[in-house]
Design a protein around this ligand. Structure first.
Ligand SMILES: Nc1ncnc2c1ncn2[C@@H]1O[C@H](COP(=O)(O)OP(=O)(O)OP(=O)(O)O)[C@@H](O)[C@H]1O
Length: 262
């Protein structure tokens, strides 16, 4: 049976009085690769910030397992957030540090592990993302795909239960994007990490998404939830169909069971 990892309850997101999304209710289960999708500006990144403690919702709550993120005191919130890792669009590596130092940073900041143990863990994480042998390189000496994978190694440094990604494959060529998808799926399969990903890359959405939510700009709320393939095959909402077929299909034909091509 599916175990809830993150529960989003009646969430309303706003910048001051400007409501971005409201009445969001959904559950991310352990082991999901959960996609947050919707057109540009609908509020995907804003939702992510409310899930990772960087921005407080104006209403509702986020539960990590059974623990409230937003009713909790600061210390408890920090403890809950230590179970997470985040990879932002930019990869956010520190340019003045080598890959080794970048990946070691969360370990030196948040643990009391001995230097030798940290070295072992960093080398393991770099090997995990295919960057063994690049520990002494600086971010500027790497390709965009390698920088993303290094960012992933850093996000994985503290063995998070949940990994959040904001547009991980943005700016990558299709092959590097596919490699990153494969890596994300491997992490889920081998380490059991739950993945929550903001993206509008259709290839990634269909390749690795096990469940998804669709945020709508017009109504300012979610208008669909379900596995992406299922939404593509079954949704009757023109907005969802247009999005998932890159605008090639405006509405589902009623006389043909054929799935539109993507
Ligand atoms: N700091 C801010 N203050 C006020 N409004 C903001 C702020 N950040 C974002 N917004 C607005 O909130 C809305 C949602 O932005 P957000 O970046 O969450 O959307 P998104 O779906 O992630 O977009 P994209 O796909 O283009 O990255 C947009 O209208 C944006 O202009």
């Amino acid at each position: 049976m599916a175990t809830p990892c993150l529960t989003i309850k009646n969430l309303t997101l706003a910048y001051a009085d400007y409501v971005i999304q409201q009445d969001l209710n959904f559950t991310v289960n352990q082991g999901d690769i959960f996609i947050i999708m919707g057109s540009s500006g609908c509020g995907k990144s804003t939702l992510l910030m409310n899930l990772i403690g960087l921005m407080q919702p104006v209403k509702g709550d986020v539960l990590y397992g059974e623990d409230s993120l937003w009713q909790a005191d600061h210390q408890t919130r920090q403890r809950l957030l230590q179970r997470t890792g985040v990879l932002f669009q930019s990869g956010a590596l520190l340019s003045s540090m080598t890959l080794f130092e970048n990946v070691a940073l969360p370990l030196t900041e948040h643990t009391r592990l001995a230097a030798g143990r940290i070295r072992q863990l960093v080398n393991y994480k770099l090997a995990l993302v295919g960057l063994a042998g690049f520990a002494d390189f600086y971010p500027a000496e790497l390709s965009g795909g390698m920088q993303k994978r290094a960012g992933l190694a850093r996000a994985m440094a503290l063995d998070p239960e949940i990994l959040f990604f904001d547009e991980p494959s943005a700016g990558l060529d299709p092959l590097s994007a596919k490699l990153l998808d494969d890596l994300i799926r491997n992490l889920r399969d081998h380490l059991g990490t739950t993945i929550i990903m903001v993206t509008h890359e259709l290839a990634s959405i269909f390749a690795i998404g096990t469940n998804s939510v669709f945020l709508d700009t017009e109504t300012k709320t979610m208008i669909a939830i379900g596995p992406p393939q299922q939404l593509l095959a079954e949704s009757k909402d023109p907005k969802i169909i247009r999005f998932l077929t890159r605008g090639e299909t405006a509405a589902r034909p009623t006389d043909s069971p054929k799935t539109p091509a993507v």
